[in-house]
Design a protein around this ligand. Sequence first.
Ligand code: MD6
Ligand code: FE
Length: 213
Amino acid sequence: MMPDLFLEERRHIILSPGAILLGGFALNDAEKLLVQIDHLATFSPFRHMITPGGKIMSVAMLSSGTLGWVSDQKGYHYTHTDPKTGKSWPPLPPEFLALAQNAARSAGYHDFKPDSCLVNRYVPGARLTLHQDKDERDQTAPIVSVSLGLAAYFLWGGLQRHEHIKRHKLFHGDVVVWGGHSRLAFHGIAPLEEEIHPLTGSIRYNLTFRKSG
Ligand code: MD6
Ligand code: FE
């Protein structure tokens, strides 16, 4: 467990211009969020998508909201329906929306209206290679990212792929809000370590809220 003093020092850390780590911002909502994730998964199950290069992603994903992020052999895109169920993605739970908007406001983004939440599920060994989030039509809006369960090292680069990568550990309840100058920064998640979290066992979840359409 993290000592409180450590948490106090992590309440508002600027990672780069426009990107802010709000340490522990979602701690009080975490258990509610985890219940909602299970509920969403009964409508749109977690699945391992295929990259355009034909590889199976180690992270399992689902989406919620009017638009959902999809990867397949044709590329990355947003869809109105879940290709796995043929139905709409489940709507954004009100608890999700409230948290995302509060976090955005705390980071200085006052009018955040997300229409999509991508839920990532990691087990030890799973990772997300360096990428930019550039499939959203509206790139003036920030992205709000919520970490739950096992901690992970966030890889944080610059606007060019070859720039120096820093590592920031993201813990249960941490929120990263990211926009402005950093909106298209390269980032990823290092392979998860083998650990057990009291609420999720050997799982890390990440929610990323976007304005996609
Ligand atoms: C993750 N997050 O934390 C993956 N993208 O599991 C992301 O790829 C991400 O945290 C854009 C903005 C914030 C993020
Ligand atoms: Fe991303």
